[in-house]
Design a protein around this ligand. Structure first.
Ligand code: PMP
Length: 301
């Protein structure tokens, strides 16, 4: 791959309260977060220089850490300001924003009660794919072998690095089999989500989507459900078994990275991206764009 590795780029990364040169944003190989998975992160997007739902993401980051029994030593307001600073300092307007927090090197065993908590924020260029014609072709999904764990077995409301182990394995297997991604079932065999996005279906003009009781209730998912309701589309959050996929008309996934992306195939099941997917792609595109007021307010600062 000719893409410049992420540790070799230029720019600035915010690390533990200060901006540092991109290449100097390092951690030691003996870090608790690396060995024991005590690490949480966020994935956000800025549109026109404004981070979409920045506060909600900062709140989720703090909550994710709490669920892993550590506290991020910055307030939501401080995190929001730091993210804005990194976006501006790197001269980006449409980009991806990656805050990450992890336990450091003071203790290297299961117990790490006194390890320091580190926080870094990086941003990089990642254009959104708002070419609606391409999107409407839909992506193809495999069905993953791994399932989302029982909430009794993992802190599943945390966006914790450790919970992505089964996502990477599942995504690799899907890619090897020629699919874009994999849909995961949950520990009870119900439809859950994809490896990095939530999933929704359409039947007879209504949306059906799994209850987010053992996987991330995505900020995009919540936004899209709100947009659907505002557009007069009924949303049913309920238990969905995989056999039911046979009877659904449309399917789409949503997440900060995926935005709203229609699906044409999941294993043996077929869908035709249609009016509701299109309506929600358009509504989401409008929703994330900063308003004229917001942009001019920023400029006048
Ligand atoms: N599920 C998983 C496993 C994810 O990684 C993501 C992306 N953060 C989502 C759902 C969607 O979350 P959001 O809409 O908040 O990006």
């Amino acid at each position: 791959m000719s893409v410049l590795p992420f540790d070799q780029r230029d720019g600035f990364i915010w690390m533990n309260g200060a901006l540092v040169e991109w290449k100097d944003a390092k951690l030691h190989v003996l870090s608790h977060g690396l060995h024991y998975g005590s690490c949480v992160f966020e994935g956000e997007r800025a549109y026109g220089g404004r981070i979409f739902k920045s506060r909600e993401h900062s709140e989720r980051l703090k909550k994710s850490a709490e669920l892993l029994d550590f506290e991020i030593p910055y307030t939501v307001e401080e995190l929001d300001a730091a993210k804005d600073l990194v976006v501006a300092k790197n001269g980006l307007t449409n980009c991806y924003v990656r805050p990450v927090a992890w336990r450091g090197s003071e203790m290297m065993a299961i117990s790490a009660q006194h390890a320091t908590i580190n926080v870094a924020i990086a941003v990089w260029d990642w254009p959104s794919m708002f070419d609606i014609a391409t999107k409407m072709k839909g992506i193809r999904l495999d069905i993953a072998e791994y399932r989302r764990p029982d909430p009794a077995c993992a802190p599943c409301a945390s966006k914790a690095a450790g919970l992505y182990m089964i996502c990477t394995i599942s995504k690799h297997r899907a890619e090897r089999r020629g699919y874009a991604d994999a849909m995961m079932l949950d520990w009870q065999g119900r439809v859950a989500e994809c490896t990095g996005a939530n999933i929704l279906f359409v039947k007879d003009g209504e949306i059906h989507t799994p209850i987010a009781d053992c996987f991330l209730n995505g900020i995009t998912r919540q936004t899209v459900i709100g947009l659907a309701k505002a557009n007069g589309i009924k949303v049913n959050e309920r238990r969905i078994m995989p056999e039911e996929l046979e009877g659904f008309d449309e399917c789409f996934i949503c997440g900060t990275g995926a935005e709203v992306t229609p699906v044409s195939e999941i294993g043996p099941y077929r869908f035709t991206p249609g009016a509701i997917s299109r309506t929600l792609i358009e509504a989401y595109t409008r929703e994330v764009e900063p308003t004229e007021d917001a942009v001019s307010a920023d400029i006048s600062l």
